[in-house]
Design a protein around this ligand. Structure first.
Ligand SMILES: [Zn+2]
Ligand SMILES: [Zn+2]
Length: 172
């Protein structure tokens, strides 16, 4: 995955935006804990600031996520964005530097796409705000079924609330 920068390189201050719709780079799948779906869709803006090119990504990818409440798989859109500096210098990019290197007319995007996307995947995704999750007692998926555990849970809470604790008696 790359963009051509032959024109934008020529004039300081020049800016170009292009839309990419391509296969995910392999390294992106390595950073994602969930299988990816479909193509990588993103707008890429390149701005020539003289000493470097500033590359901004703004995109969305889809993964087959597992809901942290009900454990069902679902399609999760993952928006991601990042801005990185690229300098035309020989040699490979060095992770200890705060810029990337490129040479010639192409800027490779695989690394920054993978990093930005991987960092944007939520740690505990949910299939929807209204997801009711699994019954903690019998494991029934409460989005699709019902169980009778709730009633007995209520009884237990009622019994707990009647208990007296030492703090209660001393403070009164
Ligand atoms: Zn769910
Ligand atoms: Zn239950």
């Amino acid at each position: 995955m790359h963009i051509r920068v032959s024109d934008v390189k020529k004039w300081v201050g020049r800016e170009e935006t292009q839309h990419l719709s391509e296969e995910w780079p392999e390294v992106a799948q390595e950073r994602s804990m969930y299988p990816m779906r479909g193509a990588a869709e993103m707008d890429v803006t390149v701005r020539n600031v003289g000493r470097a090119l500033i590359v901004e990504l703004d995109g969305v990818g889809h993964v087959e996520a597992v809901c942290s409440r009900c454990l069902e798989t679902f399609d999760l859109p993952v928006p991601f964005s990042v801005a990185e500096e690229f300098r035309e210098e020989p040699g490979a990019s060095d992770p200890h530097e705060d810029f990337f290197r490129f040479q010639g007319d192409k800027v490779l995007l695989d690394e920054i796409v993978a990093d930005a996307f991987g960092a944007s995947i939520p740690y505990a995704p949910i299939c929807g705000e209204e997801c009711r999750g699994l019954c903690p007692i019998c494991g029934t998926n409460l989005n699709t079924g019902t169980c009778h555990c709730e009633m007995s849970m209520d009884n237990r809470w009622a019994q707990l609330s009647r208990l007296k604790f030492p703090e209660d008696s001393s403070s009164s």
